[in-house]
Design a protein around this ligand. Structure first.
Ligand SMILES: Cc1ncc(COP(=O)(O)O)c(C=O)c1O
Length: 369
């Protein structure tokens, strides 16, 4: 079949995802308005139960966004000023932001050149006597090597916190993101693999005491047993009923949508020219390809992006400036050669569940050497 060279290829096609479930989403809006239950409530409670089960964990607490989820885990675990928390240099800034927000210090670590993720060796190299935890980021939809990171954390006496904002449904040796650390923070920002109709997030954990504490902090310090008593100074970070209901609908599609992303990634592996190297996915990983990351090795990134622009194909860069070089973290010490090289080489190609084989072929032909 001839390729259609005129239609734009979207970087992300949320419109197509929403069309697939349009009738169900419309009903959610109607119910929310007519019952006037807007924050928390039955839909959020059901979503929390279903998402915990999906992640293989016992508890889920819906919160306002993914950054809050990370911050609440760290605060709930009792970390704060004077503590160091290791974070990868190659991540979205929110990972480090959450650490700073609780008064602790982010200590950056470099990443593996192929998976672009933090490993046990990077953790060992960055740890100091003040280190209390590692925020391991399952970036781009691939989990870190959970056995290797757990071992490093156990050996060093550190908490293993998962930043799973880009990894809904990802697995390592069969264990889901959200089930391998002390607790995991998820983002439901609309563009995520599981996205709300606005901001949203969740903490997932198997630690009941930590779950209760996080619920309390995110609900104004309210006692878990007494509605009008407040045990501590908390804050407001809650999930809206509309989001809970929409997320329940999308959770039922998530495995199919993640499979479609894996198929798109396989097509990229098959059709891209040798000058563009897709992200390496380890044999133990079941990746959910949040982003279509490739390294530009035989063409410059500027050449690649110019070809994509000329062909009306969407693209992005995740991330062009590694975290330790962003203004708030200028002066961070350490060597982050891999993160810095990746930041200059990587580009994100269109990636979503509705990408067709002919879309991927067209991207690949546009980028031919
Ligand atoms: C790796 C990572 N961590 C944390 C976050 C923060 O999530 P949110 O935008 O919902 O606060 C994001 C979202 O962009 C992310 O990609």
């Amino acid at each position: 079949m001839a390729l259609d060279l005129n239609t734009p290829i979207r970087f992300l096609d949320l419109v197509a995802s929403h069309e697939e479930i349009r009738a169900e989403l419309d009903a959610v809006w109607d119910t929310t308005v007519s019952t006037a239950g807007f924050v928390g409530g039955g839909e959020v409670a059901s979503f929390e139960e279903e998402f915990a089960a999906y992640c293989g964990a016992s508890r889920c607490i819906g919160v306002a966004n993914g950054t809050d989820a990370l911050e609440l885990i760290l605060e709930g675990a009792g970390f704060g000023p004077g503590d160091e928390i290791i974070v990868p240099a190659n991540t979205f800034i929110a990972t480090a932001e959450a650490v700073v927000r609780i008064g602790a210090t982010p200590v950056f670590a470099d990443v593996d050149p192929e998976t672009m993720l933090i490993t046990g060796d990077h953790i060992r190299a960055a740890a100091t006597p003040r280190t209390v935890a590692v925020m391991a980021v399952h970036l781009y939809g691939q989990m870190v090597d959970a056995g290797d990171v757990s071992k490093a954390c156990n050996d060093l006496g550190l908490a293993f916190v998962e930043d799973a904002a880009q990894a809904h449904g990802a697995k390592w040796n069969g264990a889901a993101a959200g089930s391998v650390g002390l607790a995991a923070g998820f983002s439901f920002y609309p563009g995520k693999n599981l996205g709300a109709l606005g901001d949203g997030g969740a903490v997932v954990t198997n630690d009941a005491a930590l779950a209760d504490k996080i619920w309390s902090i995110s609900n104004h310090g309210r006692s878990v047993t007494s509605r009008y008593e407040h045990d501590l100074v908390g804050r407001n970070s809650r999930l809206d009923a509309l989001q809970g209901a929409a997320l329940r609908i999308k959770l039922r599609r998530l495995d199919d949508w993640n499979s479609a992303r894996r198929q798109a990634a396989a097509w990229y592996n098959e059709y891209l020219p040798a000058s563009l190297v897709p992200l390496t996915v380890r044999a133990e990983a079941e990746a959910v390809h949040h982003l279509g990351i490739v390294r530009c090795v035989g063409q410059t990134r500027d050449e690649v992006s110019a070809k994509l622009d000329a062909a009306s194909i969407g693209w992005g860069i995740h991330y062009p400036i590694p975290c330790h070089l962003q203004a708030p973290f200028a002066g961070s010490t350490g060597a982050f050669e891999v993160s810095e090289r990746l930041a200059s080489e990587i580009i994100s190609l269109p990636m979503h569940p509705h990408l067709t084989e002919s879309d991927v072929k067209r991207v690949a032909e546009t980028l031919a050497d």
